[in-house]
Structures are given as structure tokens and as C-alpha cells.
Design a binder for this molecule. Structure first.
Ligand code: SDX
Length: 443
């Protein structure tokens, strides 16, 4: 690459240090500081890690300035016409597109492992009906650690594949059971004749007297939503999975931690906040213009949810794909969704508002995803659960990439201490002693 220096020179006082430069396959440049503290006694300081690469990875590439997203080198747009979540999941985890035989073998594994242990099913009866489904999902993924203890520690690929298949298959059953519990409906067992997304929709929506009939449009839309959420390099929840996995914690526990991180409204929980925001406007609580104004107010905690991104300083390519999918799906339904019109109005206002322009704030994946899920009859409290199902292959792929890397070590950053200095400890101990005497003195 043109004029990329092979090293950086750091000058500290009368000393200077040479730091190697690492260059990625797409020209990304990083200064390797892995020996900085040993050489200079200094650490770097980057509290949000926005400027810090924590690993080398070949799973997903994002160019935030250009709005590019590629899974294993393939642009995300290539998956739009024939979205197959199971195929993309296999590709993310194993590094290339599967052959038909490999895909068939993996699908058979998913079918074989779609049931939960019966005592896990009975455990759902003890869960409060108003329990947040994300709490159920995080706990239930961790519970797999005691139902499948043979996978608590493994080194061989076959065990990994078995554990990954159990996770990707059972996450659907857990999600559907959580939904049925919240609706007071009897559980539906998975149907081995159904493919991945059809089975999830069946388990969620079939009634004792009426099998849920999947339309091709809804199945394609759900596959597309899961594909678009399948990985996104070092986002908060994926990095969480890497941190937990770096201690050699098992795959189930690591992905359970990923669910907890994804739950936050600044991350995967944003698609819920988007719908709440659109509904507030729809019922007249505020106008789109007032919503935009409130999201710009410094003192306000309110954000224009579904807008902005740590990496994308251009359109999130996923938001455009989902927006177009909304148009396609709503065209086949007999009814539109007034919230879609409101979303489009908000997007139009924000994209021409100087505040958003100056900060490179564009729609992200969450801005339209909730509307597409609503069109399938999926309730708001299940949105981030669906996001988790989609992201699970990405979490598994990153866990495996780190697990297979012989140079990987436990992730343990440093800090800059700003607490009591040594010359203040005496005063602190004296104050504590004073307090003890006061508390012990007769009142
Ligand atoms: C996901 O990382 C990933 O890849 C995540 C994800 C994935 O696939 O895993 O893409 C999924 O999490 C998408 C993001 C979903 N979250 C939201 O939609 C919540 C709303 N967005 C913001 O909270 C925010 O944009 C973040 C959290 C997404 C990014 O936060 P950053 O990078 O820390 O940006 P920031 O908070 O430093 O904001 C920079 C400026 C600030 O203003 P100033 O202090 O410069 O005046 O932009 C403003 C912010 O106030 N800003 C917003 C805004 N987002 C940023 N102002 C109003 N509305 C917003 N949405």
C-alpha cells in the first residue's frame, strides 16, 4: 500500500520508541502497542475503545466511512435475494460457503438438537409470565451448560460443531417458549419437517387447533433479518463474548453474556426503543419535528433511536436493505403500517438536519428492523430476542476464532488509577477510626 510507514515513532521526553505498524488486508492501519508498557512504562488511554483494535479477525469487514459490510469477504447485498440464515451461519463459523452436503449435514444436526431437555421445558412453568424474554434467553443459554456438560471444555472440532449446532438450534425453541410463556399459551414442540425459520414461526404462532401457515414472503423476510444481524465485527456484544471466552469459559456461558450485552437500549435494545418512539408520535404524544428537536437537546437523555453508529459515518447498509424489505412485505399485506410512514418522515427530517449532518448520524440496522418484525406479528418484547438469534452465529464464529488462535490470551486491560494517593491513606484511616469510635460510643 502507498506510503504506509512500517513503524511509528513515539517521543516521550528525551526518549523515543519505535512501534510496529500492522496493516489489514483492506489497508486498515494499526500501531502495535503490545510491548509499549514494557518498553516505556506508559499505557494508552481509550475508554470507549473507539481507537483500539483488540484482535485480528477475518470474519467480517466494515468500512464505516463508505457504508460497506462484508461477511467472509462477501458484500452483505449479495445475501438479499436468496437469504438463507443457516447457510450464512455456517459460512461465518467455518470461513467459507458450505457445499450442499455440508449444509445438509448441518441442517440435520440442527433438526436433531431442536428439542430442549424436558426438565428445561418444565422450568419455563416457574418463570413469571411478565419476565423479559431477554432475561429468559440469557439464563436459558447459560442453563445449556448444565444440560450439556460434555461441552464445558473441549478442544476437538467435532465437539465444537455439536455445541454450536445445539446453540443455534435450541435458541429458537427457547425464544419460542419464552414468547408462549408470556402469552399464556401452551408450548409448541419443534416440527422436524420444517426448516429453520418456518420452525421458529411455527413454535411461536401455531395454535392447538390451527397450524401456523408461513408465507414465502414472511419466511424470506425473517431469513433476511437474521442474515443481516448475523455478525458485525467487534460490536459490544461480540466483544463481550470474546472477553468471556478469553478466560476459557464455555461457549454457552460466553454467548449468554453476549445476550446480556445486546439487551442494552444503546445496542440491540434500540429496535424496541425505535417502535416506542414511533408509537409515541403516532398517538400524538409528539410530532416528528418535536422528536428530532428533543433528540438534539443536550440535557435530554432522549436519542433518535435507530440513528447513529460508532463505526458507520454513512448509511448502515443493513438499514437500506431492511427499509426496502419493509416496502416489499407491506406491499403483499392488505394493510400498511402508519409507523413506517412516520419512520420515513423522521429519516427525511434527520438527514437534512445540520445537527445530524455534522455528526454523521444516519439510520442504523435498528431503525427499520422493528417495523419488519411487527409486519410478521412479532411483538416488541421479542425484537431483541430475534436480534440475538441472528447474532448467535457471529458470536460463535468470534469465540471459535479466538479459541483457535494459539497467541490469544485472557483479555485483561489496564487502567489509570485516580483514587486515594498514598499520602492521603493515613487521613483516611484516621477518619475511619474516628467513625468507629463514634459508632461504638454509648448514645
Ligand atoms: C447497534 O457496534 C455495532 O456494530 C452495533 C450494531 C451491531 O450490529 O452490533 O450495529 C447494532 O447497536 C446499532 C446502534 C443501535 N443504537 C441506537 O440506535 C441508539 C441511538 N444511537 C446512539 O445512542 C449512538 O449513536 C450510538 C450508541 C449508536 C453510538 O454512540 P457513540 O459512537 O458513542 O456516539 P456518541 O454517543 O459519542 O455521539 C456522538 C455525538 C454526540 O453529540 P455531541 O456530544 O458531539 O454533541 O452524536 C450525538 C451524541 O449526542 N448522537 C446522537 C445520536 N447518536 C449520537 N444524538 C441524537 N440521537 C442519536 N441517535
Amino acid at each position: 500500500m502507498a506510503d504506509i510507514p512500517e513503524k511509528a515513532i513515539l517521543i516521550l521526553g528525551d526518549k523515543q520508541y519505535e512501534l510496529p505498524v500492522v496493516v489489514g488486508t483492506e489497508g486498515e492501519r494499526a500501531i502495535d502497542i503490545s510491548k509499549l508498557r514494557d518498553q516505556s512504562g506508559y499505557i494508552t488511554y481509550d475508554p470507549s475503545l473507539s481507537n483500539t483494535g483488540v484482535c485480528k479477525s477475518s470474519i467480517t469487514f466494515i468500512d464505516g466511512e463508505k457504508g460497506i459490510l462484508r461477511y467472509r469477504g462477501i458484500p452483505i447485498e449479495q445475501f438479499v435475494n436468496y437469504p438463507s440464515f443457516v447457510r450464512v451461519a455456517w459460512m461465518l463459523i467455518f470461513g467459507r460457503m458450505p457445499t450442499s452436503a455440508e449444509l445438509a449435514q448441518f441442517s440435520e444436526l440442527l433438526t436433531r438438537h431442536e428439542l430442549l431437555h424436558e426438565s428445561a421445558r418444565h422450568q419455563f412453568q416457574q418463570i413469571p409470565v411478565d419476565a423479559p424474554p431477554m432475561a429468559i434467553l440469557s439464563a436459558s443459554l447459560n442453563n445449556l451448560s448444565y444440560y450439556h456438560q460434555q461441552f464445558l471444555a473441549f478442544e476437538d472440532t467435532e465437539s465444537f460443531v455439536e455445541a454450536a449446532a445445539r446453540l443455534i438450534s435450541k435458541v429458537r425453541t427457547i425464544a419460542a417458549f419464552a414468547y408462549r410463556r408470556s402469552q399464556g399459551l401452551p408450548f409448541n414442540y419443534p416440527d422436524p419437517k420444517l426448516r429453520y425459520c418456518e420452525n421458529l414461526l411455527h413454535m411461536m404462532f401455531s395454535l392447538p387447533h390451527q397450524q401456523y401457515i408461513c408465507t414465502p414472503e414472511v419466511v424470506d423476510a425473517l431469513n433476511l433479518v437474521l442474515v443481516l444481524h448475523a455478525d458485525h465485527e467487534q460490536n459490544c456484544s461480540t466483544f463481550t463474548v470474546r472477553v468471556v471466552g478469553s478466560s476459557k469459559a464455555n461457549l454457552f456461558a460466553s454467548c449468554s453474556a453476549g445476550v446480556s450485552a445486546l439487551w442494552g437500549p444503546l445496542h440491540g435494545g434500540a429496535n424496541v426503543k425505535v417502535i416506542e418512539m414511533l408509537e409515541e408520535i403516532h398517538k400524538g404524544g409528539m410530532t416528528p419535528e418535536e422528536c428530532i428537536a428533543e433528540s438534539k437537546r443536550k440535557e435530554s437523555k432522549f436519542r433518535l433511536f435507530g440513528f447513529g453508529h460508532r463505526v458507520y459515518k454513512n448509511f448502515d447498509p443493513r438499514s437500506r436493505i431492511i427499509r426496502d424489505a419493509c416496502d416489499r412485505v407491506f406491499a403483499t399485506l392488505k394493510h400498511g403500517d402508519p409507523l413506517l410512514d412516520i419512520a420515513r418522515k423522521l429519516e427525511e427530517l434527520a438527514l437534512k438536519d445540520q445537527y445530524f449532518i455534522d455528526r454523521n448520524l444516519y439510520p442504523n440496522v435498528d431503525f427499520y428492523s422493528g417495523l419488519l418484525l411487527r409486519s410478521m406479528g412479532i411483538p416488541t418484547n421479542m425484537f431483541t430476542v430475534i436480534f440475538s438469534i441472528g447474532r448467535l452465529p457471529g458470536w460463535i464464529a468470534h469465540w471459535k476464532e479466538q479459541h483457535d488462535d494459539p497467541t490469544s490470551r485472557i483479555l485483561r486491560p489496564r487502567q489509570v488509577y485516580v483514587g486515594l494517593p498514598e499520602n492521603r491513606i493515613e487521613a483516611a484511616l484516621a477518619q475511619a477510626e474516628e467513625l468507629r469510635k463514634v459508632e461504638q460510643s454509648p448514645t
